[in-house]
Design a protein around this ligand. Structure first.
Ligand code: BES
Ligand code: MN
Ligand code: ZN
Length: 495
């Protein structure tokens, strides 16, 4: 996809796009486009039911040199509180143009909107457009050209194209990180397994990220019996990827992100039903977010020290698989009775979190995990669950969520839930002993491995994959968490 910024002049060919708010006012260039096309814009507004509502669009074949003119509803002022709203508009634009099967289009971004300068509006529309254009089609061998997207380029017409371009270059690393995240989630589990996902992490070295991969022997030495227990039923060796981006002074404590990277979750001996099991290829969505985020931070040379840790395992029911009732010892020294081998994510994170805080003494730790089906029951596909031992961190995360459009909803934690994971035979068990609150007892389990570090757990089970197209995401892997955590870093932890 080619995206260009250019001065406010009517396009010579392709399609023209006009953004119209609920006031139905046309900007000067939109007015000249209207004249150029025999008044078709005014006509469309007067005759049709196009009211400038957010997310609504109308198009018609244009007289003269242009192919189509598309009117894109921008809604009211209140619909544009954050830059993610402009990104959403851009994503919507991509979908509309793609449906028309036009090859190229130019969009007029004439005004500033609220507190946003026109170049910022332009750059964010472009980013949203680009995010929505994501495709993963490498495994099709017979796809015909007319089955592929026709849309090849977008020109954003704006008062100061150089400033808009500069702004876009600044935020484009977000999309680069998101695309990497989506790629590794979408890849099938015979292609992406712990060793190959670790190799994808190592590719970040070319952007200046320091990457270490720990193998089974090293993890054994560290005492990571909890993580290793999950992988022991698989023919694929487990790995731990440790990534570091150092963009601030050496003396500054890093911020840390930890991801669940279960490259496939069969459930192990507590095996899952066949129906829907294929979805468990995205059980490494937390790790994918961490990897994508590290790429974004490195590409935009963020002024922060950041650590990314990904626990990479495959949960399989092989002959050496762990059994329900096995007791394992974690790196923290705490013992765990594994009552359900399908509650494996927390076992992986237990050692990854402990390792991270023990080695890096981070300012805070945020982990991401497709951890529980219960969070999908609670929140569906609208919010990720937020669990934290620290109100200040939780507040910052929630704010970054609203701003980036990747929203979080905080859940309670506490003693009464914590005691539900006490075991009869070991320090704890990996599932709760009462009905209900499955997402919370999972979070309580993780909390036992973070000591006093400010920590938050994001349960993204409902967010890592989408079954329908969203404004910024064609159906499939979303890359959820990358925009959110990049926002968190940018707003609170740089400079
Ligand atoms: N990976 C699953 C959770 C999940 C479910 C992710 C749906 C995405 C969509 C996790 O490992 C799991 O199996 N959790 C169990 C825990 C239970 C055994 C306590 C669950 O949620 O059923
Ligand atoms: Mn599971
Ligand atoms: Zn899982």
């Amino acid at each position: 996809m080619e995206i260009k910024f250019s001065a406010l002049e009517l396009p010579e060919k392709g399609s023209g796009v006009v953004i119209i708010g609920e006031d139905l006012k046309l900007s000067p260039l939109a007015k000249s486009l209207d004249r150029e096309t025999d008044g078709m814009i005014e006509k469309a507004i007067k005759s049709g039911d196009f009211k400038g509502k957010k997310g609504k669009a109308t198009s018609s074949v244009a007289p003269g040199k242009l192919d189509y003119v598309l009117l894109l509803g921008a809604g009211a002022k209140k619909d544009f509180a954050d830059k993610s709203d402009f990104q959403g508009l851009g994503g919507n634009l991509y979908a509309q143009l793609n449906a028309l099967r036009v090859k190229s289009a130019a969009i007029i971004v004439e005004d500033k909107r609220g507190k946003f300068a026109s170049e910022e509006v332009a750059a964010n529309i472009a980013l949203g457009f680009y995010l929505r254009s994501y495709r993963f089609d490498k495994y099709f061998t017979k796809k015909k050209d007319d089955e592929k997207p026709a849309l090849k380029n977008l020109t954003v017409l704006v008062k100061s194209p150089a400033a808009a371009e500069k702004h876009f270059t600044k935020i484009k690393p977000i999309a680069d990180g998101v695309f990497l995240g989506r790629d590794v989630v979408t890849e099938p589990p015979n292609v992406i397994y712990p060793a190959t996902l670790a190799a994808r992490c190592e590719e970040l070295e070319k952007f200046g990220v320091k990457v270490e991969i720990l193998g089974v022997a090293e993890m054994k030495k560290l005492g990571m019996g909890s993580l290793l227990g999950v992988g022991q039923g698989s023919a694929k060796d487990s790995k731990l990827a440790v990534m570091q981006w150092n963009g601030a002074a050496k003396t500054k404590a890093p911020v840390a992100f930890v991801g669940k990277g279960v490259t496939f979750d069969t459930g192990g001996i507590s095996i899952k039903p066949a129906n829907g099991m294929e979805e468990m290829k995205y059980d490494m969505g937390g790790a994918a977010a961490v990897i994508g985020l590290m790429k974004t931070l490195a590409l935009r040379k963020a002024k922060v020290n950041a650590v990314g840790v990904a626990g990479l395992v495959e949960n399989m029911p092989g002959g050496n698989a762990q059994r329900p009732s096995d007791v394992v010892k974690s790196m923290s020294g705490q013992t765990i009775e594994v009552l359900n081998t399908d509650a494996e994510g927390r076992l992986v994170l237990a050692d990854a979190l402990w390792y991270c805080q023990d080695r890096f003494k981070p300012e805070f730790m945020v982990n991401l995990a497709t951890l529980t089906g219960a969070i999908v029951v609670s929140l569906g596909n609208q919010y990720a669950g937020l669990f934290s031992n620290n109100d200040a961190l939780a507040k910052k995360l929630t704010a970054a969520g609203e701003k980036s459009g990747e929203k979080l909803w905080r859940f309670p934690m506490g003693e009464a839930y914590d005691k539900q994971i006490n075991s009869e035979i070991a320090d704890m068990q990996n599932i709760g002993n009462e009905k209900g609150a499955g997402s919370i007892t999972a979070a309580q389990f993780l909390k036992r491995f973070v000591n006093d570090v400010p920590w938050a757990h994001l349960d993204i089970a409902g967010m890592a994959w989408t079954k329908k197209d969203l404004d910024l995401t064609p159906k499939g892997a979303t890359g959820f968490g990358i925009r959110l955590l990049n926002q968190l870093v940018e707003d609170y932890y740089e400079g």
